[in-house]
Write a protein that binds this ligand. Structure first.
Ligand SMILES: Nc1ncnc2c1ncn2[C@@H]1O[C@H](COP(=O)(O)OP(=O)(O)OP(=O)(O)O)[C@@H](O)[C@H]1O
Ligand SMILES: [Mg+2]
Length: 258
C-alpha cells in the first residue's frame, strides 16, 4: 500500500508530477499540477497558447525546476538532481523540441552525429550504422547528406524525431510534433510515434493542438487551462466536456467517439 495516495505503485510509473507549481515573476504558470504517466502509455497535453504546456514538459527533463512539488521520472526526483546525475537521466529521455532545433549549418548526418558524440562513445563505424538504422526507421535514409534547408517541414520533423530516438530512450517528450504539417505528414509522424510505443514499449508525453495527431497517438489527454488540468480522459471524453475553454479549443471539429 502506498503511503502517499498520489504516488503510483513502484515500477509502474514513468512520470509522476505531484503538486507542481511554477511562477515567473507574478505569473503563476503551473498551479498544483498532478500528472502520472505509466510505462508504455501515450499521454497528450492540450491547451491554449501560453497555457504552460512547454513549461510543464521542461520540468520533466529538468530544464526548469518547480517552485514547489515533486517531479519523479524513471524513479529519479528531477527537482532535486543536478549535474552528472541529471545528465545521466536525460540519456533515457528523448526530447523533440517545439522548434525542431536542427543545426542549419550541418547535414542530417552531422546533426545526428553531433548528438551521438555528445552522449555516446562509439567508433565511427558504429556511429554510421546507428545513424543509418535510425534514418531508415523514420523512412529518410536518402537524406543523410542534405541540409535542413533542403528538407520539407514534415521531413525536418522526422529527422528531429530520429535525433530524439537515436539514443533509444525509455521516455520521449514531444512538443508539437506535427505543427505546420499537412494531414498526410501529420499521419506519417503520428504513425511513427505509435510505432515507437508499440514496438519498443516507449512511454511518451506529447503536447499537441493537432486533433488528428491526438486522435492517432493518445491513450489519455490532459487539458491545461489557467495552470491546472481542467479535465483528463480520452480524447472523445475531453472534447465533450462542458466548458467554454474546451468548446473554443475544439471549435466545430467533432472528434470521433471510439
Ligand atoms: N523562461 C521563462 N521565463 C519567463 N516566462 C516564461 C518562461 N517560459 C515560459 N514563460 C511564460 O510561461 C507561460 C507559458 O508558456 P509556455 O511556453 O509553456 O506556453 P505553451 O502552452 O507551450 O504555449 P504555445 O502553445 O504557444 O507553445 C507564458 O506566459 C510564457 O511567457
Ligand atoms: Mg509551447
Amino acid at each position: 500500500m502506498n503511503k502517499n495516495a498520489n504516488m503510483p505503485a513502484a515500477g509502474d510509473s514513468v512520470v509522476s508530477m505531484v503538486g507542481v507549481s511554477k511562477s515567473f515573476g507574478s505569473t503563476n504558470v503551473l498551479r498544483d499540477i498532478n500528472l502520472e504517466v505509466k510505462k508504455g502509455e501515450s499521454a497528450v497535453v492540450m491547451g491554449g497558447s501560453g497555457s504552460g504546456k512547454s513549461v510543464l514538459i521542461k520540468h520533466i527533463v529538468g530544464l526548469l525546476k518547480p517552485d514547489s512539488g515533486t517531479v519523479t521520472v524513471l524513479g529519479k526526483h528531477v527537482e532535486s538532481i543536478w549535474g552528472d546525475e541529471l545528465d545521466h537521466l536525460r540519456l533515457s529521455i528523448g526530447y523533440l523540441f517545439q522548434s525542431g532545433a536542427l543545426f542549419d549549418s550541418m547535414t542530417v548526418k552531422e546533426n545526428l552525429q553531433f548528438f551521438l558524440d555528445r552522449h555516446k562513445n562509439l567508433t565511427q563505424q558504429e556511429a554510421d550504422e546507428t545513424i543509418l538504422k535510425t534514418l531508415e526507421w523514420v523512412g529518410l535514409p536518402e537524406k543523410l547528406s542534405q541540409y535542413p534547408a533542403e528538407l520539407s517541414g514534415g521531413q525536418k520533423k522526422r529527422i528531429a524525431l530520429a535525433r530524439a530516438i537515436i539514443l533509444e530512450p525509455e521516455l520521449i517528450l514531444y512538443d508539437e510534433p506535427t505543427t505546420g504539417l499537412d494531414p498526410v505528414s501529420v499521419r506519417m509522424v503520428s504513425d511513427l510515434i505509435v510505432q515507437l510505443q508499440a514496438e519498443r514499449g516507449i512511454t511518451s508525453i506529447a503536447i499537441t493542438h493537432d486533433l488528428l495527431c491526438a486522435e492517432i497517438i493518445s491513450d489519455s489527454v490532459h487539458f491545461l487551462q489557467d495552470g491546472q488540468f481542467l479535465t483528463s480522459g480520452s480524447l472523445s471524453e475531453i472534447s465533450r466536456y462542458k466548458d467554454p475553454a474546451i468548446a473554443s479549443f475544439f471549435g466545430d471539429i467533432s472528434v470521433p467517439t471510439s
